[in-house]
Write a protein that binds this ligand. Structure first.
Ligand code: PRX
Length: 652
């Protein structure tokens, strides 16, 4: 079939996994879903059993108090032990654990033994600074090896980490530290992004000044002479600390399986970001199991998840999953087009990468740049490709498979969320056929139901709210600010506690075909997904309306889901000019960070609203993406739509 003529929406051509892949795949058992279903929940013992336990668990699941499920409830373990010590004991001490590639071509490789040494020194230093079990340590670092090292050091001490993406603003860092009562911070002087040196410490300083509590801070010297910095009271140099604790080892603390391993703030449907709490045993078992079963990771692989550890993808699939399996995980500091657009493929060739996992936005950028960049390199080491974070449209899917995978690598389109801890919907690459445009069936042990607003199941082919009906080990344990918010946010919409019927509401809509494959249709709440990152519309909008002279704002995902578009109306006496535009951008960068900066600000006298006064964000989305608008008769001010359309068109 001519790929260019494939109808995007209906390309459900089945693609079988190539036989070359099947020969060595980790999971090839075609009846695995039935087995998991008939053995559930004991089926999850195989995930639990892949870890080393200090005190073995006697039960897989305690579900007496739903939805507060307890996985491997009476077992104890340590995540850092599972990612490090056990590999030393099993003869992998000189095997590469992390291969780090710096932005400007600096390279560092840590063997499991070397990683073990530095994690222990870091843990000893943190302990000497007062970090104890259950103290939340905030980590505000870019993609440098000290980031996973600090995470594993915290895990060793039983201190939950809260990693805040390095690109977020001082205000965003302060909110997260305050919400988590975190009195420890690990950050750095600055870092390079493209050609520029960013001052990270000044952002961290601003956050600390705005907090009421004293914050003990560790500063990694990333830039040296390029960005001199001074350390004040309560601030310690990472390198000095390591030297002071040289060769010290720290006994890994035995954690209950249900104890918190980390929290991760993510955008919720309302207001402030939510601190999603992940447990130690269930999360780690699930990250390892899905890395093995879906991403087909093997200990001898060089595996590359090109995400940032500041988000859940990096937690589960750069750090915990691959290291628990004892593989080599690649960590890349830079961007795909620096210094040139061939950077990733040069790394793939040089490191002979086996498995590559990225976001569809990146694939679409590669596609736009052209095939000459990947074509210039030997990519024959690649065995499997993956995507995550947003739907991958069939054209990008085919391009990825043909031009990166040379037509020989299966693709896994993996659906999951911060809250699910790991992949929950995807084909198993050694078992299932692929259908471009559909993520796939739920994984073994995962049950999905698509529901109408009233909770009744929708028919095959119809869109419905995506709910998960059975617990799984990687699921969030609760929200940091309390069980009530957890219940309210995820379990109130479709569960019936009286009937003991519990359904996790994902906030996404999806459609299921006759074979049980799911096509994800996007968020149904006020969260927007931009380039695979999640933002609360309210968070961005409230930053915008905080600007003097702005009356109202609505933000939506821009074309290709890669940018933010803001629709803004000003107060009567305020001219919508360049000055207010830059104040709006400034406000968003200050409140959240440059990653949420609107790509376009469209001024409009009014926003489209329903008769009850609710802003029609869906309609703005359609206008933004040049889609047909359907019925606008429910609007109070339908005439505004034409004006907005011409405002958008006028600048295109
Ligand atoms: O809308 C879905 C989208 O990303 C959201 C989760 O965002 P976050 O918690 O930041 O985690 C991102 C990485 C796991 C989901 O609610 N999403 C994730 N994967 C896919 C996806 N949408 C479509 N297809 C996917 N494969």
């Amino acid at each position: 079939m001519d790929r260019e003529t494939v109808d995007e929406a209906t390309d459900v051509t089945r693609q079988s996994p190539p036989s070359s892949f099947l020969e060595g795949a980790n999971v090839t058992d075609g009846s695995i879903r039935e087995t998991f279903s008939s053995e559930w929940p004991e089926c999850w013992d195989r995930a639990g059993a892949s870890l080393d336990w200090m005190e073995p668990y006697s039960r897989v699941l305690d579900r007496r108090n739903p939805p507060f499920y307890r996985w491997f409830p009476d077992g104890t373990l340590n995540a850092s032990y599972n990612c490090l010590d056990r590999h030393l004991e099993s003869g992998r001490k000189n095997h590469a654990a992390i291969r780090w590639e710096g932005k400007d071509g600096e390279r560092r490789t840590y063997t499991y033994r070397e990683l073990f040494v530095e994690v222990n020194e870091c843990a000893a230093a943190l302990r000497a600074l007062g970090v104890g079990e259950d103290d939340v340590v905030t980590i505000y670092l870019p993609m440098i090896p000290e980031l996973p090292i600090a995470m594993l050091a915290c895990a060793r001490l039983g201190a939950p980490h809260s990693v805040v993406f390095a690109g977020l603003s001082a205000a965003a860092l302060a909110t997260r530290m305050e919400a988590a009562d975190s009195e420890y911070l690990i950050t750095c002087d600055g870092y390079y992004r493209r050609g520029d040196a960013f001052n990270q410490k000044s952002k961290a300083d601003n956050a600390r000044f705005s907090l009421e509590t004293d914050v003990t801070t560790v500063v990694v010297d990333r830039l040296g002479e390029a960005l001199p910095h001074v350390l004040g009271d309560g601030e310690h140099d990472y390198g000095d600390l390591l030297e002071a604790h040289s060769r010290e080892t720290v006994e890994p603390v035995a954690r209950d399986a249900e104890d918190m391993l980390f929290l991760m703030y993510t955008s919720g449907t309302t207001g402030e970001p939510k601190g999603v709490v992940h447990s130690t045993g269930g999360y780690l078992a699930y990250a390892a199991w899905t890395s093995q079963a879906v991403l087909d990771v093997k200990p001898e692989d060089t595996y590359w998840c090109a995400a940032d550890i500041g988000w859940i993808t990096g937690h589960s699939y750069i750090v915990y999953g691959p290291l628990a399996l004892g593989t080599t995980t690649v960590m890349y500091e830079g961007t795909p087009d620096y210094p040139d657009r061939d950077r990733l493929w040069e790394i793939v060739e040089r490191m002979a990468v086996d498995v590559f996992y990225t976001a569809p936005t990146a694939v679409r950028a590669f596609m736009k740049w052209g095939t000459e960049y990947p074509d210039a390199y030997d990519r024959s080491s690649l065995r499997l490709l993956g995507t995550v974070g947003e739907p991958i449209n069939p054209r990008a899917w085919h391009w990825y498979r043909d031009h990166i995978g040379d037509g020989e690598c299966p693709i896994v389109d993996t659906w999951w969320q911060t809250e699910t801890g790991g992949i929950t919907i995807s084909t198993l690459p050694g078992v299932d056929d692929m259908k471009p445009g559909a993520a796939g069936p739920p994984l073994p042990g995962i049950d999905v139901e698509l529901l109408a607003g009233d909770g009744s199941p929708v028919d095959v082919g119809e869109p419905g709210y995506l709910t998960l009906t059975k617990p799984w080990p990687g699921m969030a344990k609760t929200l940091y600010d309390g069980d009530d918010s957890f219940l309210e946010e995820y379990w109130s919409q479709f569960s019936d506690p009286e009937a003991d019927d519990w359904r996790y509401a994902s906030g996404d809509a999806a459609r299921m075909d006759d074979d049980g494959y799911l096509t994800i249709l996007g968020r149904v709440d006020d969260v927007i997904n931009v380039a695979g990152r999640r933002f609360s519309t309210m968070e961005i909008e409230s930053a915008i309306v905080g600007v003097e002279g702005i009356a109202e704002a609505a933000v939506v995902g821009g074309p290709d889901g890669a940018t933010v578009y803001a629709y803004v109306s000003t107060e009567g006496d305020t001219e919508p000019d360049g000055s207010i535009e830059s104040r709006v951008i400034n406000a968003v960068e200050t409140a959240i960070g440059p990653i949420a900066r609107p790509e376009r600000i469209v001024f409009t006298p009014e926003l489209p609203k329903t008769r009850s006064g609710k802003i029609m964000r869906r309609l703005l989305e359609d206008v933004t993406n040049g889609e047909s608008l359907g019925d606008t008769s429910a609007l109070r001010n339908p005439e505004i739509v034409g004006e907005i359309q011409s405002a958008i068109g006028a600048r295109d």
